[in-house]
Design a binder for this molecule. Structure first.
Ligand code: 6PG
Length: 251
């Protein structure tokens, strides 16, 4: 049975609250094992979160050298591209914290063939987690954003990756961008111990309401089907993105 919590904060407090929750949960997880794994979100929202995490308050509060980092999704661009999720994370999280490159497991998008990038990332994950045939990695923490169309990671509405039940990492054709995106699949996200959605901005309000209290339609609103089976799902929502939820029935 998965637990689901919905926490709404003033936009100005959202990332502090998320950092505090992550610091507390990471400390608990690290009291039980030597290293923990975190799959990071893409897009622009994480930057404000990282700016809190690299502040003096959190720099010392989290045992960063005992965390290994992965990416829930990536664009089919060079790791040096302005559009690369790795590049944003390296600039605003890894470099400021002095994260060693041995702790970072990224999609190797310098590989030309996009399906090869996905197959290579799957191999990296299988090796790291010592997975057997048909097994999925269990990430300690997964961070996810939501697009204004209800996508999450690179699980976009009406795309093939939504139906993926066997592979860990896939190249997903997204017609609206006329390009491929790289994404972990639902079975991976839904095997995680803790999933944090973080969303802010009025442009997301309608998608957040559809995902959380709309009719069930994961093909149209893929974020709806992020339901970690044995894990905890927590939505951190800035008030600007919660405006269509206010006073509506809970899911
Ligand atoms: C990406 C993401 C994507 C993102 C949402 C929200 O690579 O873009 O993984 O799912 O989380 O699109 O993006 P913003 O945070 O930029 O609004």
């Amino acid at each position: 049975m998965n637990e689901m919590a919905r926490r709404i904060f003033p936009d100005s407090k959202l990332f502090q609250e998320l950092a505090a929750a992550f610091a507390k949960a990471a400390k608990t997880a690290l009291s039980k094992k030597e290293r923990i794994t975190v799959a990071l979100a893409g897009g622009r929202t994480p930057r404000a979160f990282y700016e809190v995490l690299v502040s003096d308050e959190y720099k010392k509060r989290i045992d960063w050298e005992r965390i290994d980092f992965f990416f829930g999704d990536e664009r089919d661009v060079s790791p040096m591209s302005e559009r690369s999720n790795y590049r944003l994370t390296n600039e605003f999280l890894f470099k400021p914290l002095g994260i060693d490159k041995s702790q970072v497991f990224r999609w190797q998008t310098e590989i030309i063939e996009v399906s090869e990038v996905a197959a290579n990332y799957e191999k990296i994950i299988r090796r790291y987690f010592s997975l057997g045939e048909g097994e999925f990695p269990v990430f300690d923490f997964v961070f996810l954003g939501v697009g204004d169309d209800g996508h999450t990671a690179s699980l976009f509405p009406f795309t093939d990756a939504l139906a993926e039940k066997n592979r860990i990492a896939v190249a997903n054709r997204v017609e609206k961008f006329d390009s491929y995106r790289l994404t972990l699949s639902y079975p991976v996200f839904n095997a995680a111990k803790n999933v944090f959605f973080v969303v802010t901005g009025s442009s997301k309000a309608s998608a957040v309401a559809e995902v959380l209290i709309g009719d069930k339609n994961c093909t149209k609103y893929p974020a709806q089907c992020i339901k970690p089976k044995g894990g905890k799902l927590t939505w951190f929502i800035g008030e600007s993105a919660a405006s269509d939820l206010k006073g509506k029935a809970a899911a």
